[in-house]
Design a protein around this ligand. Sequence first.
Ligand code: XMP
Length: 326
Amino acid sequence: DWTADNVVAEQVEAIRAQIGDARVICALSGGVDSAVAAALVQKAVGDQLTCVHVDHGLMRAGEVEQIERDFVAATGVNLVIRHEKERFLAALAGVTDPEQKRKIIGREFIRVFEDAQRDIVAEAGAHGEEVKFLVQGTLYPDVVESGGGEGAANIKSHHNVGGLPDDLTFSLVEPLRTLFKDEVRAVGSELGVPEEIVSRQPFPGPGLGIRIVGEVTEHNLEILRRADAIAREELTRAGLDGEIWQCPVVLLADVRSVGVQGDGRTYGHPIVLRPVSSEDAMTADWTRLPYDVLSVISTRITNEVREINRVTLDVTSKPPGTIEWE
Ligand code: XMP
């Protein structure tokens, strides 16, 4: 019989057998998969695990706090957070091309993660310990898609890290390899992972960086964060989270239009709501949200976010439109 507590018990045993008394690290993205994988490994080997979260400054309102405070409180993991907002913003300054943004964010992310990894390995080494394992939140569909099924591969830690052997490798720990997404959520709940994380919809690695059409600046991020928080709050309040695959909120920072807000003319930016229904994100349809919910979202955003004077709805399926705008 499949039950979440059976899976937890089996995986805890398997993880202990695999890791022994070595040290293990895990990159926490803020998404469901890495959080549940980390919580399982924490339950199995406790303090032998160190998690790393790279705060690139591109998360939505409250998300870093959910990891930093709620996830740590719920699971007791050792967490290292690298606050690198300035670094990412500096690297993104003046960049508007979507592919460029993705490349820059990906590159900086790897650099920061490797720095953190190197520090953890060095510190463990000073205590005579060895960091041998890396946790990955690979799910069953990922395994099938990549034609996998074979045992854990070794991945190489890139670059010459000062003072460390350059053939440093980690074995992968992939406790979710046999699970589907809904099963991962059930296991997460069983482990006490906070509901906001367990029920989280997909969110792209490059974060809000690819939801700003135009330059990614602190100011634009702040505007988008406030609008996005309102949309998410109202969709949740209306009980629509289960119906929606995800709802990107996109700031058209390069576009302005004339409006009238309060007692005067404004020349503000439009925001786009992109609610989609999907099975696997390969194709998607736009979600027919109730007009009254759209109306509340529109009114609240234009009232509460001064810089936004127009709220628009994306009614394009995928294809031809992708889910994200960039
Ligand atoms: P598109 O925009 O290609 O998105 O229709 C399909 C799904 O993938 C997510 N997405 C990403 N996820 N890194 C990620 O981890 C990325 O760079 C990325 N780009 C898109 C998107 O949110 C949707 O669920």
